[in-house]
Design a protein around this ligand. Sequence first.
Ligand code: IMP
Length: 425
Amino acid sequence: MKTIALVGAQWGDEGKGKIIDILSETADMVVRAQGGNNAGHTVVVGDETYKLHLIPSGILYKGTVCVIGNGTVVDPKVLLAEMDALKSRGVSPESLKIDARAHVILPYHLVIDELGEDARGKADIGTTKKGIGPCYMDKAERIGIRLVDLIDRKTFAEKLKRNTAIKNRIIEKIYGGKGVNYESVLAEYNAYAERLAPFVTDASVLVYEAVKSGKKVLFEGAQGALLDLDVGTYPYVTSSHPVAGGFCVGAGIGPTLIKEVLGVAKAYTTRVGKGPFPTELNDATGQRIREVGQEYGTTTGRPRRCGWLDAVILRFAVRVNGLTGIALNKLDTLSGIEKLKICTAYKKDGELVRDFPADISELERCEPVYTELDGFNGDISGAKSLADLPPAAQNYIKTIESQIDCPVLMIGVGPRRDQSFKVVR
Ligand code: IMP
């Protein structure tokens, strides 16, 4: 394996955890570079199910170095709870490295996330309310508190005092909420700092050296291309950069160090939170996909909105990430549906649109144009190669490839690690 970046090709929740887990098995280092505990990866190893939010899935392999890069936002309370939960199940978090520059999510970020969403009323974003956006706001405003600040008692006390004063004014005077208590946050976070300090380092150096010395480095994306702050369905996006370019900024390395970019997509489309979704199915088929595919959020438990596969979105993901391949997950979920549809373009004001619109007001006016294919039946969860799939399922894959000009390199037919196979041609 060369250095490989793995990204979500849709609206997140594409089943990246499983693919990351498969690739982690042979990786020397796994790196997360954006987002925080708004992400949720479910990894099934044998009979054990692990739900990870912040720690890279590589942690499940002994000897794999796991990096939380500078572009992430870290909630120390959540991170420590995740480390403790792993420890209690016999998984050591010792190989974890956290970049000193990563920003810290503090209690006022959670309060502001909640109050901000309430204040937006019907125009809310549908955030995970984990304080992600408010933490990135502080980073952009240059008042954020970083891990390096957290582990320095004096600096932390000063910066926390300043920020608590500012944030409490916003919380109380603008939103009419209840501010946070400086002393209790200071004491609580000083305790977290003590426990996290041994893991804090300059991860950019570690990642660079690993790549340069020929180690197998896997960059693990969270969320998906459509949730990217810049190129996603703004404002219904997250506050970081889930596209491949995000790894460069968020891990402190240059683009030439990443050799391959694998986009993970589901064999259909889902999204959580608000915003337009052209192929959404508000009918029995959508409900069936939700139940069979168990489409409920790992982090929030929210039911996901479900719809047909959208090739316009995948073409967009190929473009904005420079994808070299697709890992297509959950093909098994579609088994038993008589006719399958793939959206090949949109119709907007009578015009055919092949490229994903830049603005959601345009997207809202788009109607999907479908190609209809025969469905397939039966249990495909034991398939180990393309040839093991029913001809209609093979045709479904071929149709996707012809639409997006990118090869499908892996296919998922069930939740377990051994229920994914590489496509050999
Ligand atoms: P935030 O990241 O909590 O600010 O939420 C912003 C938007 O991104 C919301 O629509 C969330 O539902 C969505 N989002 C954030 N993380 C994920 C994820 O891991 N999967 C899917 N959607 C996500």
